[in-house]
Design a protein around this ligand. Sequence first.
Ligand code: SF4
Length: 244
Amino acid sequence: MTDTHPAIRVSEIFGPTIQGEGVLIGLPTVFVRTGGCDYRCSWCDSLHAVDRQFRHEWEMMSSDAVWQNVVALSGGRPLMVSLSGGNPAIQPLGALIKRGHDQGYRFALETQGSVVREWFAELDVLVVSPKPPSSEMRTDWATIEACFQAAQDKPQIVLKLVIFDETDYSFAKEAAARFPRLPVYLQPGNHTPPHPGNEHAPVDVDGIMKRMEWLVDSVTRDRWFEARVLPQLHVMLWGNKRGV
Ligand code: SF4
């Protein structure tokens, strides 16, 4: 049967590996990383899926083809599929999610919340990660609110905030205050993100862990007991290496 759904722009599909951050940390996962993003954060750690100079590495794939890759990687055993990017919300992922659900797979999507999709309501987990001031991007809170409305409280919804400095920390507090019902995950930023051409460039793990300690001190000092503070586990384990 021909797949009549619109094609998905894919940067890479890999796994199973563990989810390295946020609410699903440690969970075996297959990643579908889509190509293209409507943002360009100053510290983006996925430039190979954002910058148009890497477009030649991206592939337009049918939902069927993406699905066959996921099945092959997982050996046909249902698991969590992480839809990441780039901004996966700019891709037509509804048919893929439906196909996977029919086979018992689960889907998590992480987005900055700049594009609203009806199929957010079909997800199992929606991670919205508003970008703080250090990203040099501007957050449109009304669009983020619209993302939550589109999700209709069906998936588990969480906020994840990357933090580099005090200004970002204040921004995270503002985000949490806007959406008090949502669990909040704080993550120290990686100030040595991969250069797309050199994934083996060293990562300043000590620097990231210092920021982690500062974040822990900050939330405990402020009695912000609802926040969860987590590092990027995959960066601790594998540095900036891709496909893990
Ligand atoms: S939103 Fe994410 S993928 Fe897009 S530029 Fe920012 S960090 Fe990179």
